[in-house]
Design a protein around this ligand. Structure first.
Ligand code: ADE
Length: 224
């Protein structure tokens, strides 16, 4: 999969993809990630990429020209399955969206800033608008990092043990059950007996019961 991220703050986006699973996804060839600085496409002598909004009002708006220039250039090089805009008024990110995006070939992700981007970008270029939660961030970069991480880990072969993505919380509509590792007892706190029993039928049943119990308690909406 190829992902191109369009941002005015490229430095914010290097670190989340330079370690661990995201780094390995790139070195193993599952992910080709390009981070583009929108300012490089500004024709303004001060590399300005925003301006006052028509009609007045507080907050600057990102100009159409540099963003359109970079999208046009990338689209002339390859087809994109989705051009995503990170915005608090977008569709709320859910596991089902991550699953769907993980099957795509090429994706572009535009990070917004200031008061937003010129609406014409959204109308003419953007195919999907995503919010990572009902709160406002300073910009779309952290949202883009969340989105890309949650999608890339689902690409087959990225995780060492593929089944571990399938047993993630949300994949079967349930939260994950509790997990334990050694020691089996710490300061009197014991690991549930059943997990030490070696009876895998019983262990599966216990995990399913706990997943349902936890989902009922914490996210009853998932069971509706
Ligand atoms: N940009 C600002 N807030 C955001 C949010 N909640 N999700 C995605 N992008 C954003």
């Amino acid at each position: 999969m190829r992902i191109d991220i369009l941002t005015i703050l490229p430095d914010l986006l290097h670190s989340p993809f330079s370690d661990s699973i995201m780094k390995r996804a790139q070195t193993k060839g599952h992910l080709e990630l390009e981070i583009h600085n929108i300012r490089d496409y500004s024709t303004n002598k001060h590399s300005k990429v925003d301006d006052y909004q028509y009609g007045g009002g507080a907050g600057m708006v990102m100009n159409i020209e540099p963003i359109a220039a970079i999208i046009d250039k990338l689209q002339s090089e390859r087809d994109y399955d989705e051009i995503i805009f990170m915005t608090p008024d977008g569709e709320l990110l859910e596991q089902a969206i991550c699953n769907d995006l993980s099957l795509k070939g090429n994706i572009m992700v535009l990070c917004g800033h200031y008061k937003g981007v010129d609406e014409r970008i959204r109308e003419y270029y953007i195919t999907k608008e995503i919010s990572i939660g009902s709160y406002v961030l300073s910009g779309g970069e952290l949202g883009a990092a969340v989105l890309v991480d949650s999608v890339v880990r689902l690409i087959p072969g990225v995780l060492n043990d593929e089944t571990s993505a399938l047993t993630d919380s949300f994949q079967d509509g349930l939260l994950s059950p509790p997990v334990y590792t050694r020691p089996s007892e710490y300061n009197g706190m014991k690991v549930p007996e059943v997990l030490l029993s070696g009876d895998f039928g019983k262990i599966d049943k216990w995990r399913e019961d706990k997943a349902i119990e936890r989902t009922k308690a914490r996210r009853p909406d998932l069971l509706d």
